[in-house]
Design a protein around this ligand. Structure first.
Ligand code: RP5
Length: 164
């Protein structure tokens, strides 16, 4: 019988125009065999869907939410205001961004009490790694995979240096 898996990470974004950036989070999570679900949830265009998503995510079994948005990037902060799950924000340099700082500051400058763990501009891959690290706190097997990942990065840099 096929194994049905409950996604542990919810990846959401404000628009399909964020998808190319946000796919990097999905890719790296898949490489660690972490199940995730991907959806478009806009704070401005589908506010009721956003409330529904944020208020039901924990009950559905999601452990970490990765939220990407650009410009007036309210999605990560608004989702964080509606859930106690950790929210990782990905500022996207989007079609309506001035230079990307708008997206960064909209996500980063949260008020006390409502944190969003903000990664670098377009750094959805790092958001995926951070989500994996959060999950690995209670999962030794996953923690070992992350250690191997770091070792591999180290090896690659040493190899590249030798080629100079
Ligand atoms: C934000 O507006 C989205 O997250 C996206 O980055 C940006 C532009 O959206 P589109 O006009 O391309 O749909 O809410």
């Amino acid at each position: 019988m096929a194994k049905s898996s409950i996604p542990l990470v919810g990846i959401i974004m404000g628009s399909d125009s964020d998808l190319a950036v946000m796919r990097e989070a999905e890719k790296i999570l898949k490489s660690f065999s972490i199940d995730c679900e991907v959806s478009i949830v806009s704070a401005h265009r589908t506010p009721l869907k956003m409330v529904e998503y944020a208020t039901t995510a924990k009950r559905k079994g999601i452990k970490v939410i990765i939220a990407g948005a650009g410009g007036a990037a309210h999605l990560p902060g608004m989702v964080a205001s509606l859930t106690v799950l950790p929210v990782i924000g990905v500022p996207v340099k989007s079609s309506n961004s001035i230079d990307g700082w708008d997206s960064i500051l909209s996500i980063l400058q949260m008020p006390n009490g409502v944190p969003v763990a903000t990664v670098a501009l377009n750094a959805a891959k790092n958001a995926g790694i951070l989500a994996a690290e959060i999950l690995a706190v209670a999962d030794e097997k996953l923690s070992k995979k992350l250690e191997d990942y770091k070792k591999l990065m180290e090896k690659e840099v040493i190899h590249k240096s030798k080629l100079l």
